[in-house]
Design a protein around this ligand. Structure first.
Ligand SMILES: Cc1cc2nc3c(=O)[nH]c(=O)nc-3n(C[C@H](O)[C@H](O)[C@H](O)COP(=O)(O)OP(=O)(O)OC[C@H]3O[C@@H](n4cnc5c(N)ncnc54)[C@H](O)[C@@H]3O)c2cc1C
Length: 402
């Protein structure tokens, strides 16, 4: 067997000045340099030892990478989703994706920056921006799943004190153990049934009645998943972010960033896997030429590259529309970008593992774990099928079956 060194990941996908500004390319290069200095081995070690990526997270925060999308007056970089997406993609392309970026600065940061009171912005945004504070996000419920309109987590007002009392259950909420707070999507007693009129509450991790149970997962990642049980969790009046009567708009503010960032997560992982496979295919020789000379190996890798690049282009569109304030246009593009990136990543990882032959399944080469990890972006935060439903109904005007 020819040994293949774990060389630093290269930029499989060249940056194009017509698509991205020089500043963005510089940001990508700086993030890639930071992530490379930690490397995949760091990520694997902390995961294996049950630790977290605290050191990388803290350094990325100090360098301004984690809050690059948040307003400058609250400690952020004043950029948009283009920048935040670039950060997560580059971390992932070096084998060090920081999953909590999808929820903390992207969903929670955006919702608070857009709909929080001045006091709430001052309380939470600077920490989210420099990474000293993380916020998880809980919407999924065991009996609602993909149908968010069925969520039953209910907020009741204590008329005597003005406090809120929150009761319900959530499932598959990422990173609750490492986040000081969780942004919980509930509904008020007055709007308990029917079309969802969501209310968003910031729940500090140690609030009495807020219980988290670890869900064992077949995923090798430092971030853990939790079931949450909320039993009359008492929150002050100002735990409510935004207006209780605002309807879906406030929640939707966070969902386009969530989809764009999930695309970034998938694109980074796909690039990482493809880079490893290409390096290997160039040197592993069992006949006269390296295995990468066989079209049976080269063409699927070329296809994976094309499909990742296509997904990236849709992500460019989604981020550009979102940053320009076109939430509706961004909705379609963000869903398509998430779909395309997740599917491209699954194919890239599959082909990367196969390219390494038996080594693809070894612990040493570290690619097999990505097979499970790549599936996350297909099911979360919104499944492949729900995106196909969205496009069927919203883009094509086809009738609904549900
Ligand atoms: C690793 C991981 C991290 C996560 N992190 C978070 C988090 O931080 N916060 C959070 O709130 N949630 C999180 N989730 C939950 C995630 O968003 C849900 O798993 C996802 O929305 C799907 O819901 P479900 O699991 O209940 O599947 P279900 O809704 O039960 O769906 C089961 C299957 O049926 C399909 N299906 C459902 N309805 C339809 C339909 N109308 N048409 C066609 N097919 C349909 C789905 O596509 C899926 O394949 C996470 C999940 C995972 C795996």
């Amino acid at each position: 067997m020819t040994a293949v060194p774990h060389a630093a990941a290269s930029h499989v996908l060249p940056q194009n000045a017509l698509i991205e500004s020089g500043e963005l390319a510089d940001l990508r290069a700086s993030v890639a340099a930071l992530a490379r200095s930690y490397g995949r081995a760091y990520f694997q070690t902390v995961t294996r030892e049950g630790r977290h990526t605290d050191a990388l997270w803290a350094e990325a925060g100090k360098l301004g990478f984690l809050g690059v999308n948040l307003p400058e007056e609250y400690g952020g970089g004043g950029g948009g989703m283009r920048e935040l997406w670039a950060v997560l993609e580059e971390l992932g392309a070096q084998g060090c994706p920081l999953l909590m970026m999808v929820v903390s600065p992207a969903i929670c940061g955006t919702v608070i920056a857009r709909y929080g009171t001045e006091e709430q912005k001052r309380r939470w945004l600077p920490g989210l921006a420099d990474g000293t504070r993380k916020m998880a996000f809980g919407i999924t419920e065991p009996d609602a799943g993909s149908n968010s309109h069925r969520i039953t987590t209910t907020a009741r007002r204590d008329e005597a004190t003005g406090d809120w009392l929150l009761t319900g259950r959530k499932i598959y909420v990422s990173g609750v153990d490492i986040a000081q707070d969780t942004l919980i999507v509930g509904r008020t007693e007055d709007a308990r049934t029917g079309t969802l009129k969501p209310c968003l509450f910031v729940v500090p991790r140690d609030t009495p009645g807020f219980v988290r149970n670890l869900i064992p997962m077949e995923l090798q990642a430092p971030e853990k998943q939790f079931e949450l049980v909320l039993d009359d969790v008492r929150l002050p009046a100002d735990a409510l972010v935004g207006d209780e009567d605002a309807g879906l708009l406030q929640l939707f503010a966070g969902l386009n960033p969530e989809r764009i960032m999930t695309a970034a997560f998938a694109l980074g992982m796909g690039r990482y896997a493809l880079t490893r496979a290409v390096e290997y295919a160039k040197v592993r020789t069992v006949w006269k030429q390296p295995v990468g000379a066989h079209q049976a190996i080269a063409h699927p890798l070329a296809q994976a590259h094309i499909e990742l690049e296509l997904a990236r282009l849709m992500t460019v569109k989604a981020a550009a529309l979102y940053d320009a304030g076109d939430d509706t246009g961004a909705g379609e593009a963000a869903n398509m970008a998430k779909y395309a990136a997740a599917e491209a990543n699954i194919k890239a990882v599959d082909q990367a593992v196969h390219t390494l032959g038996g080594n693809g399944l070894s612990t040493e080469y570290g690619l097999a774990a990505l097979i499970n990890a790549a599936r996350v972006a297909r099911i979360a935060p919104v499944s492949r099928e729900m995106i196909l439903n969205y496009v069927s109904h919203q883009s094509l005007g086809l009738p609904k079956s549900y």
